[in-house]
Write a protein of this length. Sequence first.
Length: 312
Amino acid sequence: MHGELKIISGSANTKLAEAICEHLGCKLSPALRETFSDGEIRIEIGENVRGDDVFVVQPTCSPVNYHLMELCLMLDALKRASASRVTAVVPYYGYARQDRKVVPRAPISAKLVADVLSTAGMQRLVTVDLHAGQIQGFFNCPVDNLYAAPVLLEHLKQKEEDYVIISPDAGGVERARAYAKRLGASLAIVDKRRDAPNQAQAMHIIGDVKDKVAVVIDDMIDTAGTMCAAANVLMDNGAKDVMACVTHPILSGPAIQRLEESVFSQIVVTDTIPLDEERKKCSKIKQLSVASLLAKAINNVHTESSVSVLFV
């Protein structure tokens, strides 16, 4: 055992941290999070953590660099305060899209961030739906990569529809197949050609979607260009309805406008990233919570129980 369980939140998603505490039956530990006038971040942990098992809840969502630096400073503060174990609970792991060199003279950002967090004092990582599962190999500490699938599948199962699960690209086939298997649904793939970052041109559908409810499955939705293009192609191929289930609602740039104007009937997301007021106004977005899932993972890590039971 690693002492008393304590949950500390960064400023990125305090509501999620509070919901996790509610499930665990504990209170959020106090922490001072301020900025100096020049933008530097000031962190101060508000209670004794010596010998304790501390979990820091902080998705590295927009503004990504600010939240990442805040997380690093909190990890360093806890390390220097002699916490027994410091676990970073990062529901959304930023910089994960750059996980390999696809062009010359480019960084592998996901690996760099892993090194930075480890240097700051992270001894374990709990995250949700990493962009690529192999990113776990960038860490020299235990990584619990949880899946939001149980939360999203529960929502889909509320309606008895003839679903076809859609992977928006070849890389997401494994994720989409897992959903299709759990729902007893068929699988289809959108063949697309990416012209530039954040821009993609959907080409055609591999599989049958005619007269079915097409559910596009992905780990993140950013500018929504790919998503909306895929939805149009699905409708053109005879889908009865098109919806999406996405773990991380990044929703940057023109995303909200595109989704409002799209053929999607509903976009189901989780609260790994909080929605601001503008995004909450989008009539097509429904947000579900992963607080219960994260709370179970934190409890199992703290009690040295199996975390793999959450993957069933």
